[in-house]
Design a protein around this ligand. Sequence first.
Ligand code: GLY
Length: 290
Amino acid sequence: GGEFGFPVVLKADGLAAGKGVLVCRNEEEAEAGVKEIMVEKRFGGAGGRILIEEFLRGREVSFIVIADGAKALPLVTTMDHKTVFDGGKGPNTGGMGTISPSPFLDRKMYARIMSTIILPTVTRMLEEGRKYKGALYAGLMLTADGPKVLEYNCRFGDPETQPQMLRLESDFVDLLMASVAEDVLADEVTWNRRAAGCVVLASDGYPGSYEKGRTIQGLEDAERLGAVVFHAGTKFEKGRYRTDGGRVLGVCAAEPRLSETMNRIYRAVEKISFEGMHYRRDIGSFEAVP
Ligand code: GLY
């Protein structure tokens, strides 16, 4: 409750593939935003109702855990890069790239998030008779007043999971089975200390409308350079990969240092091509992100 000034945040009050959020700097933008969501239905049926929220200033953190109904095991931290263009410009997307670990989460903040946000959420759900098991994703803003929850997702992150998988040394299936068996803390889960990264190759036009069916080239060359390429919006047709979504591929690597990781990824990205391929060139250079 309460009153607040601009900027305001408009959210389509429904599922919108992680995209249904507009930040409006003034009344004009807010009016245009309401029209976009409710009249033009940019986020489809999710725009039937709107949630208006205070704009929180700070660093955005994706905090993802595996819960087992009573306890929670945090995955390694990540930082997402939300806007479609470099330096925090353009509309928000589902995520254009990630790095792990997050450069903005120290041990103290990590412990604070676990004890003041994650564990109370899991415990409260247990008390309410809605035992929550599986991936729980808290989208947080680290503000001057401490960490605040922007949203919860009942799933893993995309593209957060990709760099997390490059750091996981234990068996992922064992971890999921432990969640089902209500014992996520039973075995030690080991992560490597590498800096992992993921750069998303998107179709031009995304997060708006875009073409599909464009032939993708250079996947093997990219992997020969030591990158791991995760497929998102692709399909295999007549012996070739073609684009089939807004976010097409996630090009990833994990090296001892973040600069080496990003060098490897961007060298691999240069080998890949499809018509209208778009990606951010500043993933991992977090100074550029407001
Ligand atoms: N990368 C943001 C999300 O998975 O919601």
